[in-house]
Design a protein around this ligand. Structure first.
Ligand code: HEC
Length: 117
């Protein structure tokens, strides 16, 4: 009991700090992903929650939420471009993205692009 009373503040702090630390890391990746999306003109055609030329990132996230192949499928689609998933307007190929760009972009898009405007 004595231990608990003396360390209650520490236990309390740990319980609250740990989850917020991990979300700070998630936010850092979100910001990186957003920069990559901006640099590659993705944000000229996509926004977080409204259709521009391409579908909203949140709509993409919803559509593929339960699709175990989403990352592989979308990785290919982003690189090669194409139409047919959302309509007849094609996405151009995005040939400049490297693996580390894609590894940041894909989870970010599949979470609905949390940091985008
Ligand atoms: C010139 C406009 C344009 C640009 C630039 C663009 N997109 Fe797209 N994007 C589209 C269109 C149009 C679609 C819908 C294609 C379809 O219906 O299959 C789409 C679809 C997508 C999809 C969903 C694909 C599917 O089959 O469901 C993802 C993910 C995506 N874009 C990511 C990106 C990323 C990441 C970038 C930047 C590297 C990017 N887009 C750049 C127009 C664009």
């Amino acid at each position: 009991m004595h231990f608990l009373v003396r360390h209650a503040n520490l236990i309390f702090a740990a319980a609250f700090l740990l989850p917020s630390l991990s979300s700070a890391y998630a936010r850092e990746d979100d910001v990186k992903a957003q920069v990559i999306a901006k640099q590659n003109a993705c944000l000229g055609c996509h926004a977080k929650n409204k259709k521009i030329v391409g579908p909203a990132f949140q709509d993409i996230a919803k559509r593929y939420a339960n699709d175990p192949n989403a990352k592989i499928f979308l990785r290919n689609k982003i690189l090669k471009g194409g139409a047919g998933s959302w309509g007849v307007v094609p996405m151009p190929a995005n040939t400049k993205l490297n693996d580390s760009d894609l590894n940041l972009l894909l989870p970010w898009i599949l979470r609905g692009a949390p940091s985008a405007n």
